[in-house]
Design a protein around this ligand. Structure first.
Ligand SMILES: Nc1ncnc2c1ncn2[C@@H]1O[C@H](COP(=O)(O)OP(=O)(O)O)[C@@H](O)[C@H]1O
Ligand SMILES: [Mg+2]
Length: 310
């Protein structure tokens, strides 16, 4: 029996403790512990195969963990917990909409699965069509839709029953930039209105743009979980100097010196240390100095390593 972790966030909506999952003996999740606060827009970032979809499937009650536990809305949660499952909306990575049905028919179908009906469901379907900017395509078959329209409908379907927690699994796969922006805006708006959101992506740029706090999953483990600001603070400040001069072996406070085609790149714990170090470079003549801003992409590569993932 695993004892759930003591909550560290004020009001967790979800807690995963030491969650493990194997597929035919091969581990996909190797002890995932995670806590998400009510009202958060939380990012789950990881390369392909990291275990993101497996974890979300467990958090949405589609799969059960082999070991470990999940607490959802304050009570222990498994796939048999139908009432708690209704509180979750999952927009799956593989589109869950029917191409033979129209956009409205899809919404009505999924609404009925959740026990909605009558005028309340019709009204809800209209609201969701508006949210997905599909009102004027409501009676068109989904099979005729672009990738962006299908993704927008997939999001609307995940929301039709009014969940408290929205889980998005790579919601911008195969969409054009306009649809991507539309999805971003809706996610921000829904979160500002109080909905808790877990936003999953392999795109560091997307997660950095949307999510104040995130976890990085790699090989089935959480290798970092923090605010974007704190994760970026872990990186050194990098200065790129264009100079034809010989480069010194060391400089005080500089943690790494790399020669480049046009000069040198140096890392220091922060900007002031970097500039102080340059004063110790006798007779430095530089043509240009660029300070390279830290990005989540660099944090991610530093943590996960350069090896290619499939
Ligand atoms: N149904 C399945 N059967 C067997 N292996 C699976 C299945 N689903 C996922 N896996 C494997 O589990 C690992 C994690 O996959 P997944 O959760 O889909 O990761 P991600 O969503 O981060 O890309 C991968 O190695 C994947 O090949
Ligand atoms: Mg996935």
């Amino acid at each position: 029996m695993i004892v759930p972790m003591t909550p560290t966030l004020p009001t967790p909506i979800l807690t995963a403790t030491a969650v493990e999952k194997r597929y035919r003996g091969t581990p996909a999740l190797r002890g995932v512990t995670l806590e998400i606060a009510t009202g958060e827009l939380f990012g789950l970032l990881g390369p392909n195969g990291a275990g993101k979809t497996t974890l979300l499937s467990i958090l949405a009650g589609l799969l059960d963990a082999d070991a470990g536990s999940v607490t959802l809305f304050g009570t222990p949660f498994t796939s048999r917990d139908a009432a708690a499952r209704r509180g979750v909306g999952l927009a799956t990575q593989d589109l869950a909409v029917y191409p033979e049905l129209t956009a409205r028919e899809n919404l009505l179908f999924f609404g009925r699965l959740y026990g909605l009906g009558g005028t309340a469901l019709k009204q809800r379907a209209d609201e969701m069509l508006a949210l997905a900017a599909l009102t004027d395509r409501a009676n068109h078959r989904v099979g005729t839709f672009s990738g962006g329209m299908k993704r927008r409908l997939n999001l609307a379907v995940a929301l039709v029953h009014g969940p408290r927690l929205l889980i998005l699994d790579e919601p911008t796969t195969g969409v054009d930039p306009q649809s991507r922006n539309h999805i971003f805006e809706q996610v921000r708006r829904l979160n500002a209105a109080g909905l808790t959101v877990i936003y999953t992506s392999h795109s560091m740029e997307e997660v950095q743009a949307l999510c104040p706090r995130l976890a990085i999953l790699d090989h089935g483990r959480v290798i970092a979980c923090d605010t974007v600001a704190n994760l970026l603070r872990r990186l050194p400040t990098t200065g790129r100097i264009t100079t034809g001069q010989a480069v010194p072996q060391t400089l005080p406070g500089v943690t790494a010196l790399r020669r480049t085609d046009s000069g040198v790149e140096l890392d220091a714990p922060d900007g002031p240390t970097l500039f102080a170090a340059l004063r110790h470079w006798p007779g430095l003549e530089m043509a240009a100095l660029d300070v390279v801003p830290p990005t989540l992409e660099r944090v991610f590569l530093q943590l996960t390593g350069p090896a290619l993932r499939d």
